[in-house]
Design a protein around this ligand. Sequence first.
Ligand code: ATP
Ligand code: MG
Length: 416
Amino acid sequence: MIRAIKGTKDILPEEVGAWQRVESAARALFARYGCREIRTPIFEETQLFARGIGAETDIVSKEMYTFADRDESSLTLRPEATAGIVRAVIEHNLMNEDPALRVYALGPMFRRERPQKGRYRQFHQVDVEIFGVAAPSVDVEVIQIALGFLEAAGLPDYELVLNSVGDAACRPAYVETLRAALRANLATLGPDSQRRAETNPLRVLDSKAPEEQALIESLPKISEHLCDACREHFAEVRRQLDLFAIPYRVDHRLVRGLDYYTRTTFEVTSGALGAQNSVLGGGRYDGLVKDLGGPDLTGIGFALGLERLVMILGAPKAERRCDVFLALLAPAGRDKALLLQRELRAAGLAVLTDHEGRGLKSQMKRADKLQSRFVALLGDDELAKNVWTVRDMAGSSQETIEDARIAAYLKEKANG
Ligand code: ATP
Ligand code: MG
């Protein structure tokens, strides 16, 4: 038997309702913040991610699905949405066309990670990006979108974690300070962190290795090395979060996995999730558009993992599949039933019928499983008298309705 690829997951019809609810909550909320949807391809030139995300990140160094196309160009299944969106913004000059360039995207991402609960190789993200506003108020606005979405989706408990990672003016000096501190303590570090001390010291702050924790706590903190502009920006973000009474915790170790972040970074975690406790992550990326060959355009956004969110929310109860089930017990009545089915569907009702000539009991059982509100029954008796027997499944009352009135009757009942 051929099975789904390891780390991928079928979203079955009985689960899809939960996904659609979360997706429509996202669309409705994002529209209130002036965001419009953008849909970019799921594969791009490998270069885009290598340059946009950073070669030393986990994603680029070991998680990408990269393959040679038939003409030998290197392509990659997108591991995240921002780089592709930024490419599209530049390619189509969206910043010139759009007076408020804010977009969202929904769709699958691909990372070759070790599959485990809440961690897949194909997973889905909701992504929001706002371009061209440098003011700290937009950082807070993006955080409000993220939290508003979690509220709308019904996530019971979560924590907002916040940091500033500085910018091109102050971060390089901090990175050097950090590198020096790490070099002085190489013996305490495992091989990964030893390598990162040279290639990308900020990533050491992410390390979860128990033997490195004491050292990491004692390292110089970025908050003590921010330039004036970054410090003011961060202070204003915090002041406005207080203004809106949004609780948060500052964590100087929150540098996030991607290289492109500047200034504000944030993450939302939920205790309901267990080991993979991160629901969403985001931040400002003021240099990214320029790095990818575009104009000097600021950006900020977040990405949220839908599997983890849907997992916390749990399975909704079974849904009603039809308003009316046409129980056909007289084969000679088939055409009549099919015509009625078409008419009711055209009027907006969900209708199913039996195509296999099953007995009454089996058809009633099926109507019950489908949670049909009404069953319209056509047996030999009904056929002879030109009527239908209509059963209200909730009240289990029964009425006889003439052929001429049956469509109007069911439409009115089902809409009533
Ligand atoms: P983690 O620390 O769990 O690896 P990350 O920092 O790699 O997360 P981001 O790149 O910021 O995650 O992606 C944003 C969100 O996407 C995460 O908070 C998570 O909800 C979700 N996500 C990331 N990787 C996966 C995955 N492999 N499977 C399912 N969801 C994922
Ligand atoms: Mg990851």
